[in-house]
Design a binder for this molecule. Structure first.
Ligand code: GN1
Ligand code: MG
Length: 361
């Protein structure tokens, strides 16, 4: 791939000196680009267009959201340069460049002196990420939701995700079902969980908000020196959704000391202290906005999204690994197993975790 040729289509006029793979996303390809002539480093990404069929719509969302957040940051005297992403326009107009092989590219400036973590280094870092994701939602509370493109319809509709799982199980195109019976049974016996949030949204007990929808801690850039949250990234799935999925997704990914694809399940459990830290941080920026029902359902949100994510990994395993990037044959199955182990652990620690939520609310 000729990175210089791609870069030349963006409003950047400089010579590329280095291009290296960057980050740990499961969907898009990400490259960090350095330049000879003083242009700050750029993050270049090829979007996965089978998952994101409307990349220009996706980019309109991302640009609109970052501009909105930048204005808010400026108004409150924050660091607007580091606090939001700055996307780079394409010379011919728009925000994406399509190459000869139909690869769709977008670019933004890298935010200096920051890094992202796949696991929180300590409770303080996790608390700070909770405050940042909470603030993101709070800042977007007056964003015009009706202008957003729905990039992936029913993204966190757990009931539909369950139906998709069942279809994949029936088709069993790779003959893999026999090798993951315990995981399949886990999903089938937890069908009720799929309804917990979807049904409450449907009958109005829970509100829709503009949410991030992919609140893994590695989607926050942290200051390299202080460990403070600087900027929220990966705005690809910003859409109307439930606050509970955002809160829950952070807990699923970060309130444990194990990676999402850990194969030693004895290491996979929820650490109540990390759970407390995130909840504290999150409520510090959202407590005055969340409804009583949302507060009551926080732990449920964590259980539902963890179940949903495990079910998505297992569905992809049954489908033959066509959605998430994998690095080994049973990668998706390993990921599904960690998620179900976490759900089981949350069930076991339910009283303790509910107690923490109630104490903090
Ligand atoms: C995907 O690409 P990445 O790593 O930001 C996925 C999320 C999952 C996550 C699981 C568009 O996110 O929904 O929760 O993997 N993104 C999409 O790690 O499906
Ligand atoms: Mg993502």
């Amino acid at each position: 791939m000729d990175v210089q040729k791609i870069i030349d289509h963006f409003q950047l006029n400089d010579t590329v000196t280095e291009a290296e793979a960057f980050g740990s996303g499961h969907i898009n390809d990400t490259i960090r680009v350095r330049f000879a002539g003083g242009t700050p480093d750029v993050v270049l990404q090829r979007l996965n267009t089978s998952i994101f069929p409307d990349p220009e719509g996706l980019m309109e969302n991302a640009v609109h959201v970052t501009e909105f957040l930048r204005r808010k940051l400026q108004a409150e005297g924050g660091d607007a340069e580091r606090g939001t992403l700055t996307f780079i326009p394409v010379k011919d107009g728009g925000w994406t460049y399509t190459d000869e092989e139909n690869g769709v590219w977008r670019a933004c400036y890298l935010i200096p002196d920051t890094m992202s973590y796949d696991l929180a280094e300590n409770a303080e870092m996790f608390r700070s990420s909770g405050a940042a994701f909470g603030k993101f939602m709070a800042d977007l509370s007056d964003f015009p939701a009706e202008t957003l493109h729905e990039v992936i319809p029913d993204f966190h509709n757990t009931v539909k995700r369950f139906e998709t799982f069942r279809r994949s199980l029936e088709a069993d195109v790779k003959d893999r079902a026999a090798s993951c019976r315990p995981e399949i049974d886990f999903v089938l016996t937890h069908e009720g969980l799929a309804h917990e949030i979807v049904d409450r949204i449907a009958d109005g007990r829970l509100p829709l908000r503009v949410t991030h929808n992919d609140t893994k801690i590695n989607n926050i850039l942290m200051d390299k020196t202080t460990g403070e949250s600087v900027c929220i990234v990966d705005l690809d799935t910003v859409m109307p959704g439930s606050a509970l999925y955002d809160y829950g997704d952070s807990i699923r990914f970060g309130a444990t000391h194990a990676l999402e694809d850990e194969t030693d399940l004895s290491k996979v459990d929820v650490d109540p202290e990390l759970f407390r830290a995130y909840t504290e941080g999150y409520l510090s920026t959202t407590a005055d906005r969340l409804t009583d029902e949302e507060k009551r359902c926080l732990l449920t949100g964590a259980m539902v999204i963890t179940f949903e994510t495990g079910m998505r990994f297992l569905t992809d395993y049954l489908d033959g690994d066509v959605y998430f990037k994998t690095a080994r044959p049973e990668h998706n199955l390993d990921r599904a197993r960690t998620q179900f182990k976490l759900v089981r652990d949350m069930e076991e620690k339910k009283e303790l975790l509910e107690g923490i939520v109630q104490e903090l609310c």
